[in-house]
Design a protein around this ligand. Structure first.
Ligand code: PEP
Ligand code: MG
Length: 320
């Protein structure tokens, strides 16, 4: 099966009737980036940079991060690298910092809140990414954003970083600026945020957790609040429609895009950028390449009419 899948490696990712899909991968480090180019991926849609720190004994300096980003860009040879800034806190504490006690870590100082509260970590990472942008296609992406004020705060820190680099005669390149959509507030604030953005990416793992008020790591809840449900489907639909109205590119990098049977539905909803698990990449590519866009759209229309979880899942998961 793997050999059969490898034969589609160099094929364009598009439906039988010619609708193209940018299929990217999620990575946690350089090894994944190298593997992604070997299977014919056309870019990285999510680099979870916090994994660079998971086993570190100290915070990697700007130069070290710069080197990692440059190495990744070199492997990608002009293809996009979406660098998500540190998504720390909640389930991902820093190994070399004393753990801060919070009653609800998932609702606490995490993601961009953590980065904005810790410029000693945030700024070296931003500078490393901005410098690396001189050597390839960098998309900078920020996690756990709710509203425009956070974007303004981040942009102010970016300006500070630029100034500091200029003062030290260090060059930096152009990059795209985007956010993850992971909270209901972000969905309802889209129209105010989209004009400030080059792209958005839907993080269905957290978006589901925060929409359903259901801990994503609690396996008992997963049965009652699965990742595919009418509420989440409507939410994705709304996000895609609004992004298109504002002409901002929209991708989906949550685990939902890595479930092969769900992919026709996502493409049918109008998502033409998906970032998926490395191990699922070829299977998903073959599914896209063997269906018609019209069929995918019909499936999405039917799915959006479902009001109950079970029939929706039956429609999607039992398709041949
Ligand atoms: C998500 O929340 O869907 C996502 C892609 O980010 P992470 O899984 O790293 O929180
Ligand atoms: Mg997330």
């Amino acid at each position: 099966k793997i050999n059969a899948l490898l034969s589609i490696k160099n094929q364009t990712t598009q439906t039988v009737d010619g609708h193209p899909v940018s299929l990217w991968v999620n990575v946690t480090g350089l090894n994944d980036v190298i593997r992604s180019t070997e299977i014919g991926s056309l870019g990285v849609g999510l680099f979870r940079t916090e994994f660079m720190l998971m086993h570190a004994t100290e915070y990697p300096c700007e130069q070290k991060q710069y080197q990692t980003f440059c190495d990744a860009l070199h492997s990608l040879n002009g293809m996009p690298l979406t660098i998500r800034t540190l998504d720390l806190g909640a389930d991902k504490p820093l190994p070399f910092e004393r753990k801060v006690q919070e009653d609800n870590p998932a609702l606490g100082i995490r993601g961009c809140r953590y980065s904005l509260a810790h410029p000693q970590y945030f700024k070296p990472q931003l500078k490393a990414a901005m410098r690396a942008a001189n050597h390839g296609h960098v998309r900078l992406m920020f996690p756990m954003i709710n509203q425009i004020e956070e974007i303004e705060e981040i942009k102010a820190v970016i300006e500070e970083c630029k100034q500091e680099l200029v003062n030290n005669d260090i060059g930096y390149g152009d990059f795209e600026f985007g956010i993850m959509i992971e909270t209901p507030a972000a969905v309802f604030n889209l129209t105010s945020m989209l004009p400030e953005l080059d792209f958005i990416s839907i993080g269905t793992n957290d978006l589901t957790q925060y929409s359903m008020a259901a801990d994503r790591s609690n396996t008992k809840l997963a049965r009652v609040f699965p990742s595919l449900s009418p509420a989440i489907l409507k939410t994705i639909d709304l996000i895609v429609i609004q992004a298109k109205q504002f002409d901002v590119s929209v991708s989906l990098c949550g685990e939902l895009a890595s479930v092969p049977k769900v992919v026709p539905l996502l493409v049918g909803l109008g998502l033409s950028e998906l970032s998926v698990d490395l191990n699922k990449f070829l299977e998903i590519k073959s599914i896209i390449c063997s269906g018609d866009y019209n069929q995918f759209q019909e499936l999405a229309e039917k799915a959006l009419k479902q009001t109950k979880i079970q029939p929706l899942q039956q429609l999607i998961y039992t398709r041949i």
